[in-house]
Design a protein. Structure first.
Length: 271
């Protein structure tokens, strides 16, 4: 079930991700639906778009509303798909689920204890998530923008930096990812679209050079989705900073991820 969360209250550089859910929906209606990677057509999937939830100016209240809604969707046996909005939306999604590891595709670690005096911030969302699931249950992919505080705090987190991904072949990177994911079963997956290089996704809240290509991102996502994905979110698209290219990338990531998840479901059904 798709849930839009048009929220960007704590954005600190380029706000506007509150407009992302509608922009991603528009893009999704205008791109092809068949995944050549998964050999699955999105049009064959049972997808319900529940529209946008009501948000408030208070981040704690909005996060709690996300938690309650995601919990209900998951309890009904459906996979919650959250369209942010800024990256704080992930905290509500993770809090709704029990026993999940968190895989975050992001240029940033988002592990500051606070940012501009705010404990609930897009720049500290993974710090708050770590307090819920534990540091050892977080995997970060595409990291390339950190501060000293985050590096010190992140010693127990498994991460694959963008530098490592650039230096390795795709197959070598997939091997590294498989080892990190070994033993992990249920996953919450979050994709901050700034994990892509600004050449591919310029309209994000905090663009960072030296990012991933769509090919690398989709290849890694396909591997991640071989595990049991309990929920997934997309965050940080700020659509008015380009002419629609970033929203198209987000829609593509969403379509491919849903097809990868369906591939695993079908294999599980057959076995």
């Amino acid at each position: 079930m798709v849930i839009g969360v048009p929220y960007d209250r704590t954005s600190t550089y380029r706000s506007g991700s509150r407009f992302a859910p509608s922009a991603i929906r528009e893009a999704s209606a205008n791109i092809e639906t068949f995944s050549m990677r998964a050999a699955v057509d999105v049009e064959d999937l049972k997808i319900c778009d529940a529209g946008d939830m009501n948000v408030t100016d208070d981040p704690a209240e909005t996060i709690e509303r996300i938690r309650l809604l995601v919990h209900q969707v998951a309890a009904d046996g459906k996979i919650p798909v959250i369209l942010g909005g800024e990256h704080t939306v992930s905290l509500g999604g993770v809090r709704a689920l029990v026993g999940t590891d968190v895989v975050s595709f992001d240029a940033h670690m988002d592990l500051r204890d606070e940012y501009n005096g705010d404990l609930l911030s897009h720049a500290s969302v993974m710090r708050r998530i770590s307090e819920h699931v534990g540091l050892d249950r977080i995997v970060q992919i595409g990291t390339r923008a950190v501060c000293k505080e985050e590096l010190e705090f992140s010693k127990r987190i498994s991460y694959i930096s963008a530098i490592d991904l650039h230096r390795n072949t795709v197959e070598r990177s997939l091997d590294v990812l498989r080892k990190i994911l070994d033993g992990r079963q249920d996953l919450y997956v979050t994709v901050d679209m700034d994990v892509l290089d600004p050449a591919y996704a310029p309209a994000v809240g905090n663009p960072e050079p030296d990012g991933l290509s769509p090919n690398i991102l989709l290849s890694l996502l396909q591997e991640v989705c071989k595990k049991n994905v309990m929920a997934i979110d997309l965050a940080e698209v700020t659509p008015h900073y380009d002419s629609g290219a970033t929203a198209v990338q987000a829609a593509k990531v969403l379509f491919e991820s849903l097809c990868y998840i369906e591939t695993r479901r079908r294999k599980s059904f057959l076995t």
